[in-house]
Design a protein around this ligand. Structure first.
Ligand SMILES: Nc1ncnc2c1ncn2[C@@H]1O[C@H](COP(=O)(O)OP(=O)(O)OP(=O)(O)O)[C@@H](O)[C@H]1O
Length: 302
């Protein structure tokens, strides 16, 4: 087989992305202004507490949901403006989504190769380009020569890698993967992380992984924390950062927020490369000199 004809990775941009679910009992704000840039070919983990909006964000990036407001681009596609058929084409040819649990991605009664081949049939037409044969895709995730096997024949780590292969069937520029390591032991997790690194290195595919596993976030190099429906923080190469949102707000880390609760007044000093937030004593702590001194310790961002 000649070199892959799959596209290189695509970039992702979200600007003030909002998503509201309307339910019988009222509206639920799942995303409240996500600002996020992911470069083409980057690997990023989305982390954060349960219910913070990670799955909703991934569903939007995967063309399964349209945002209530704000803008989201995947490559050249403006997802908020795509028609239903445009979204279907995006799902078929540009973005591959791997759902949590390998068995949700693959049919158990046909071989791995057959699964991928079946996913490629509509994709080849939508993508308008030649797709890699299933064996080449399986090879990429470390399952070369295993195409005749079925899901039940595989170890948990192999199953998860087979699910990654299925997500790659159409040669997407963006691969979205939900909790790929949640049911795996350490060696299974290593296999999956190695497969993701190979996909990224050999195909240039942009990879976004939703995970509760801090180790996965650290190993991918960039971990974006979603908190209360927006980007709360980032970890890059072992360093933690706060993030300025599009509306100028910064979320304090939870432990800082505990010391300086909502409503705390800060004086803001800004000099080159450094922002100093100096907490004003609250009226109650002002009555207690000791407490005032403690709560007035400045926080530094910069
Ligand atoms: N289909 C839906 N209808 C109504 N509300 C929803 C729906 N899906 C999610 N929500 C709500 O939207 C918010 C964000 O949920 P979401 O599933 O995106 O978070 P999450 O970070 O992926 O959580 P988890 O880590 O538990 O999967 C939560 O308050 C959730 O209850």
């Amino acid at each position: 087989m000649s070199a892959s004809t799959a596209p290189a990775g695509v970039a992702v941009t979200c600007n003030r992305l909002i998503h509201i679910y309307s339910t019988g009992t009222g509206d639920v704000v799942a995303l409240s202004g996500v600002d996020l840039e992911i470069a083409a070919g980057e690997m990023v983990a989305l982390v954060g507490p349960s219910g913070s909006g990670k799955s909703t964000l991934v569903a939007i990036l995967g063309g399964l949901l349209q945002p209530s407001a704000g803008r989201v681009h995947v490559g050249d596609h403006d997802l908020s403006r795509l028609s239903p058929s445009g979204l279907a084409a995006l799902r078929g040819a540009t973005v591959g989504t791997v759902l949590q649990g390998a068995e949700r991605n693959l049919l158990p009664y046909v071989s791995l190769s057959r699964n991928i081949w079946m996913a490629q049939r509509p994709a080849a037409r939508l993508a308008g380009r030649r797709l890699d044969p299933p064996e080449a895709i399986l090879d990429l995730v470390g399952l070369g020569g295993e195409g005749k096997r079925r899901l039940a024949d595989l170890t948990p780590g192999q199953r998860q890698r087979a699910a990654l292969a299925q997500g790659l069937a159409a040669g997407p520029g963006l691969l979205l993967v939900d909790e790929p390591t949640s049911q795996l032991d350490a060696s299974g997790r290593d296999e999956v992380l190695a497969a993701l690194a190979t996909i990224n290195a050999e195909r240039g595919t942009t990879v976004v992984v939703v995970t509760h596993d801090g180790e996965v976030g650290a190993r991918l190099g960039r971990a974006v924390t979603i908190r209360d429906g927006r980007v709360g923080a980032e970890g890059r190469d072992g360093r933690d950062f706060a993030v300025v949102a599009g509306d100028g707000t910064i979320q304090l880390p939870p432990e800082t927020l505990a010391a300086f609760p909502a409503g705390t007044l800060f004086e803001v000093d800004h000099s080159e490369g450094t922002v100093t937030l100096r907490a004003m004593p609250s009226p109650s702590s002002a009555r207690d000199d000791e407490a005032t001194t403690a709560s007035a310790e400045p926080g530094h961002i910069g």
